[in-house]
Write a protein of this length. Structure first.
Length: 92
């Protein structure tokens, strides 16, 4: 019985430790995204499903609405969406 308690305690402790590490690292922006510009992310992500529109085609308000929709649909991270939106708005 004592061995079972020790095993359960060890497994619980290990589970908590692994979960903590995953949680803390899960919040960090991956280097593959952090090192890319909004233009690079726009070209990579928007062209996956359709021809990426010219940034001059829409107003800032229209890009806000488009990115709000595409953020979810294209499964973009918050960082990717912010960088892409900044790029689209800077094209004026």
């Amino acid at each position: 019985m004592k061995n079972k308690v020790k095993i359960i305690t060890m497994v619980a402790g290990l589970t908590i430790a692994v979960s903590s590490v995953l949680f803390m690292n899960g919040c960090a922006v991956p280097e593959s995204i952090a090192n890319k510009t909004g233009a690079q992310l726009w070209a990579e992500n928007c062209n996956r499903c359709h021809n990426a529109p010219d940034p001059h085609n829409f107003s800032d308000e229209q890009w806000d609405a488009a990115l709000e929709h595409m953020h979810q649909k294209a499964i973009l991270t918050d960082t990717e969406a912010k960088k892409i939106l900044a790029f689209m708005k800077s094209a004026d």
